[in-house]
Design a protein around this ligand. Sequence first.
Ligand code: ADP
Length: 474
Amino acid sequence: MKFSYKILLCSIITMAVSFGIGGYFFVNDVFKASLEREIGQAADDSSILKFAFETAALNIPSKYDMLQNGVVEEIGANLENRGQGTKRLLRLSDENREFLYASEGFVGDTALLARIGEQTRAYQIIHPDEHYYIQTGVMVDALDRMLYLETMRDVTEVYAERTRGFTVYRSLMLLLLVLSSVFLYFISYWLTRPIRLLTRAARKMTEGDYSYRAEQVSSDEMGQLTRDFNHMSRVVEENIHKLEDEIRAREDFIAAFSHELKTPLTAVIGYADLLRSRKLDDEKHFLSANYIYTEGKRLEAMSLRLLDIIVTRRYRLEPQETNAKALSVYLRDMYAEKKEYQFLYDCESCRICVEVDLIKNVLLNLTDNACKASEPGSVIEITGTKKEDGYLFAVKDHGMGIPEEEIRKITEAFYMVDKSRSRSHNGAGLGLALCSEILKLHGSELMIESTPDVGSCFSFLLPVWEGKKDGTDE
Ligand code: ADP
């Protein structure tokens, strides 16, 4: 069953029960009040009759000491006809509770008679036929005789009114329930609208439309749920795009890797086939073997680089404190024999927090690339400056530079701007990918500025040593 129908059904049941109980008590209360009034009036009538009887008895000229039964009957008949318009119903009994006189149609039972005492008035409601009556009883003191006077008051109308009240209320309740059901249907439909919108959004997402967002139509708890759902969808969409990018990058990586593998392997297979199928002279034999050797070396270098990248991705960094100047001294020593370029070193002394071997690797890669891109004799500057947010290393050359549209891609594995030139330098487009991974481990990234035919500057920020964790500094 739909949620809106459940709300509707619960509301209708609640309303029907509360209308029913409320209506029952209301009609019954009105009935009780009317009945009380009738009982009061019956008691008043009974008192009036009692006094009228006693007065009439006193006014009868007495031939005897005691009131005779015939006189009682006479007074009874007289009082019966003194009602306003209608005949009174009364019954008179003697001291032994034997009936002396009863109006025609007096149908009251004798149970009440037994309950009447000197000080006690008694009444009861009787339902002898289709009529309801209030039967009252009182003792009458007339000329030394104690008689019993009973009256009957017809209250059928009060009971009929109660029945009519119930009937009217039932019809009214039904009408109200129908009207309020229509009204409640629209309310429950309106209340459950956010749920329908969320369901539609969830379905759209299942169908692969991750950009679909549920419309927020209220600012209550349902609105909050919609906001949270949309936030969740946004995160899911971002993650899916990230995963898609990752899958695409992996596919590109595998394609580039296969391509890079194919070139040296083709040469190796070709020359090996030549060597085994023909007898070559010494020079050609040497040249073929040398091709196989150099291409094999290139494959070896490539696989080692790849291994480095994979290892770095899973590496847990253990940074140590070191002086940035020491790194520039290391570079100076490494390139001391490379006389075809002019190396300029200008590094400020600063304590940095890095894994030294990895950063040395980055600096070597960048300086190698700078050499490869520069003409012999040109200047290569290695600078280190302390900045507000870390220590900035920069390797700047005045070489061939990189076209703007290529800058973004050169940190991707196997990407080479000029493939033949890179391969001639034994490159496979893996150096900068490795540098990026190492810098990522240090919470940093490679910044590249380059202008074709002017030169390039590769820089990165490193974290500065902030003392030991216990707060002391060496
Ligand atoms: P490789 O091992 O082939 O040098 P890298 O990942 O280190 O691979 O570099 C990727 C490509 O970026 C290189 O093939 C080269 O074309 C370009 N590149 C890198 N550094 C420089 C530079 N300083 N000047 C110009 N081009 C550069």
